[in-house]
Design a protein around this ligand. Structure first.
Ligand code: FAD
Length: 295
């Protein structure tokens, strides 16, 4: 026992799930600890037991291509592992380029993919990217495993669809195909700061027309959200830059904003319109490249 809590270090996934499955909310899994320890330090969460996953890295690690050309990412990869992975570079360059600007390299050396998802903080970079990439997340509990689509994963402020007695084990991304993808991160201070807006967009064109579009924003509200207004307006069109600007403006008008640390409602609406337009220019017209962002 240290600082009022015990640290358990199970040797197998089954042991870890047994520890988490006792119905005690004060028993919590810890991965890199970068999200959890500030909450403990400021008294928002007081665990009785932390379940460290450190012996499970071989079981919950790895980055591999899937049979259909997609990508499987083990939950215990550090963010740095993913940034350095040639498979991620080849099959999910959007993810790799977003990672370069996710906090600092010191944090990325420690924080793990599972923690970056389960943390559920609204101002995180990966959630809108997972939505735009149509990711699926596998979780394991004592009664077996289930898949959660990224669309159904993020429920609110520090709240995800992963139960306290479940562990995220892996993330699977579908094959990228001939798509363009971009992530635009807007930060208040330095480039690697927490985002006040993250725009992730993926689009595919067939015969000149946009055949598929997935657009998501993060950091605006308590959870990341897909933007159906934008997606519907983009698909089955061959839009001009002016039309893309209109779609960005209309989409920005369709969202709810709240005055807060990110700025006034007018400011937030403006940065959404600007960064949606730039994201559309990148994925629909091929202007601006992948994974770019700016302050
Ligand atoms: C200074 C600082 C700057 C930051 N800047 C950014 C930023 O710019 N962009 C950004 O996106 N994020 C940022 N973050 C947040 C950071 O990304 C998260 O703290 C980190 O991803 C959490 O990962 P972790 O492995 O440390 O998780 P932990 O802190 O270990 O855990 C976080 C939560 O996830 C749960 N958990 C962990 N692993 C699993 C698993 N496999 N299955 C189920 N539940 C699990 C834990 O129980 C806990 O509830 C920042 C954090 C700090 C401290």
């Amino acid at each position: 026992m240290s600082n009022g809590f015990t640290i358990e270090e199970p040797r197998t996934l089954e042991e870890a799930l047994e520890l988490l499955g006792q119905g005690d909310e004060t028993v919590r899994v810890v991965a890199g600890g970068t999200g959890l320890t500030p909450l403990m330090r400021y008294g928002f969460f007081q665990p009785t037991t932390l379940v460290s996953l450190r012996h499970l890295a071989p079981e919950l690690g790895g980055v591999e291509a899937t049979a259909d050309g997609g990508l499987r990412l083990g939950a215990m990869n550090t963010l740095r592992d993913l940034e350095d992975s040639p498979e991620v570079a080849a099959r999910a360059p959007l993810l790799r380029q977003a990672l370069y600007r996710l906090a600092t390299i010191r944090l990325r050396n420690i924080a793990q993919l599972g923690g970056a998802i389960a943390h559920g903080h609204p101002q995180m970079d990966l959630p809108p990217i997972l939505l735009a990439l149509d990711a699926r997340v596998r979780v394991r509990g004592r009664r077996g495993s289930r898949w959660i689509n990224a669309d159904d994963l993020f429920l609110g402020y520090y709240e995800t669809a992963v139960s306290d007695d479940e562990l995220i084990t892996e993330v699977v991304l579908p094959p990228p195909g001939e798509q363009r993808a971009v992530y635009r991160k807007v930060t208040p201070r330095t480039a690697d700061d927490w985002p006040i807006l993250g725009v992730a967009a993926v689009a595919r064109r067939d015969g000149g027309r946009v055949s598929e579009a997935r657009v998501a924003v993060g950091a605006l509200t308590d959870r990341p959200q897909r933007l159906p207004v934008a997606e519907a307006a983009l698909v089955e069109t061959d839009p001009t830059p002016e039309q893309l600007r209109s779609i960005a403006e209309e989409t920005a008008d369709s969202l709810d904003y709240h005055h807060g640390p990110a700025g006034s409602v007018a400011f937030q609406r403006q940065i959404v319109a600007v960064h949606l337009r730039r994201a559309f220019d990148a994925v629909v017209l091929g202007r601006g490249g992948q994974g770019q962002g700016e302050r």
